[in-house]
Design a protein around this ligand. Structure first.
Ligand SMILES: Nc1ncnc2c1ncn2[C@@H]1O[C@H](COP(=O)(O)OP(=O)(O)OP(=O)(O)O)[C@@H](O)[C@H]1O
Length: 267
């Protein structure tokens, strides 16, 4: 590891039982970058994120975060903020927005220690940042999906993470709310926080907010700046899983995909 890379995958393979989910991931994420991870449902995006957090163990190869194993990086300095996919929540779950964000401080407080003035200050700042301070006393379960997502981002911010992993943060949200989440990511990027954000929904992704796009479909299909990566060919390969190389050809005003090596028409 060099200090310029926050995450380093070294020929990383992941199986669930016999099933291969991530195949020879060899990738380095530069410190401070704002990465969008795209790929269809089941392409391994969540599995990749969970591997970075140490929730999945490599079947082969390795991943290092801040130059350490994910477990050590997670436990030692609480540097990784993880916002999992939003699940529906019991409306009566008895925990307030403020308390959820304070959970982000627990790792730094240590066991059985009460929050100090500084912790309360950090929690309030995080809530202000995601524009949720007015709802601090509300039960989390009574918030909309977009509001809950902001609260979970605030919890990760309260950890003072240098690396933030967001799994499908915009899915199911209306367009202005998606936009506001992406704008927030952009601000975090300006603060030097490395962010990785997944989505399967190309329409929900505003590419302008990302410095790099990772196209994933079990393997890394492409990784680079949006203008280089978001080509019809690469997107087709990412989302269709069709073999490479191939090309898009217009036939009777309909675009069809053709492999370069054969003349068959694929739908
Ligand atoms: N705990 C698990 N045990 C067995 N198989 C799993 C497990 N978690 C995920 N899978 C399978 O691994 C594959 C990749 O799943 P993953 O959740 O990483 O994909 P994804 O790209 O995040 O999908 P989505 O866009 O739907 O969230 C899928 O086929 C899924 O069914």
């Amino acid at each position: 590891m060099t200090e310029n890379f926050v995450i380093e995958f070294d020929h990383f393979f992941l199986n669930y039982g016999q099933r291969r989910v991530l195949n020879d991931i060899h990738l380095r994420i530069p410190t401070g970058s704002c990465v969008g991870i795209i790929g269809p449902n089941g392409s391994g995006k969540t599995s990749l994120i969970r591997s970075i957090v140490g929730l999945n163990q490599a079947t082969q190869g390795s991943v290092h975060v801040f130059g350490e194993s994910p477990h050590r990086a997670w436990r030692r300095q609480q540097q990784i903020g993880y916002v999992p996919q939003l699940k529906s929540m019991d409306k009566d779950f008895p925990i307030s927005v403020y308390e959820v964000v304070m959970l982000g401080r627990v790792g730094r407080l240590g066991p059985l220690r009460f929050p100090k003035k500084e912790d309360h200050h950090i929690v309030k700042e995080a809530l202000i940042r995601v524009k949720m301070i007015d709802m601090a006393d509300r039960p989390i379960g009574q918030l909309s999906g977009g509001q809950q997502q902001r609260v979970f981002i605030a919890r990760a911010l309260a950890q003072e993470s240098k690396l933030l992993l967001l799994d499908e943060p915009a899915t199911g949200l209306d367009i202005p709310t998606q936009q506001s989440i992406y704008e927030l990511l952009e601000q975090l990027h300006e603060d030097g926080i490395t962010t990785l954000t997944t989505t399967h929904d190309l329409l929900a992704l505003d590419f302008h907010h990302f410095g790099r796009i990772l196209c994933l479909n079990e393997r890394v299909i492409a990784f680079g700046p949006p203008d280089k990566v978001l080509t019809p060919e690469i997107l087709t390969q990412t989302f269709s899983g069709l073999p490479w190389p191939h090309r898009l050809v217009k036939e009777d005003n309909v675009e069809v995909i053709k492999e370069d090596s054969c003349s068959c028409t694929c739908s």
